[in-house]
Design a protein around this ligand. Structure first.
Ligand SMILES: [Zn+2]
Length: 197
């Protein structure tokens, strides 16, 4: 198994300089030996943890065809994704996935399992939880943030036009689940994928 680099190297610099609570200066401090430096306020002691951003999505199907949307926003304008977006504080990822499917594709989805958790490239601040779901209502349409909505059989997916590495990984996992093999060049390396094939 490949060694997993310590996450210290991936903290990056988000450019935050002032405390959101009191306006004091944020300075990097080592709070625990084994952990990365934290942004701490030198006035009130507030610690600004650089948490991952949690997103949720759903590979939803209608008669085994996948619901995909062509993005009308950057990044990856014009590329295809499944419905998904950031989870609001207090919202369960399942609720977020169902909400996004309705907001973006105008379909009611019943989730029936989890496909996986994706974060790519290593050090990305986004962690994406992806479910599989079945469309149980609504009328498929391109809503918010989409140019076009489409239904694709798993044998005719637009692999070269999928928006993100995480999109390709999750769609690949779905395709394998239905007994097919994704094109070999479609799937980026999964450095954290302990459970990947
Ligand atoms: Zn402060």
């Amino acid at each position: 198994m490949t060694a997993v680099p310590h996450h210290t190297s991936y903290q990056g610099d988000p450019g935050y300089r002032y405390c959101p609570r009191c306006g004091g200066a944020l300075v990097g401090k080592k709070l625990k030996e084994a952990e990365p430096d934290r942004l701490c306020c030198d006035q009130c002691g507030f610690v600004f943890y650089l948490d991952p951003k949690l997103a949720a999505g759903v590979v939803a199907t209608v008669d085994d065809h996948l619901v995909l949307l062509r993005r009308a926003i950057e990044p990856a304008y014009g590329a295809w994704v499944f419905p998904g977006g950031f989870v609001d504080r207090g919202e369960h990822p399942e609720e977020a996935a169902v909400r996004e499917a309705f907001e973006e594709a105008n379909v009611r989805v019943r989730l029936d399992g989890m496909l996986g958790i994706y974060s790519h490239p290593p050090g990305s601040h986004v962690v994406l939880v992806v479910y599989h779901g079945v469309v149980v209502g609504g009328e498929l349409a391109a809503m918010d943030e989409s140019l076009e909505a489409g239904l694709f059989p798993p044998t005719e997916l637009p692999w070269d036009e999928l928006a993100f590495a995480t999109t390709r990984q999750a769609v690949s996992d779905y395709v394998r689940r239905v007994g097919l093999e994704p094109p070999s060049d479609a799937v980026p390396m999964k450095p954290w994928g302990l459970f990947s094939p």
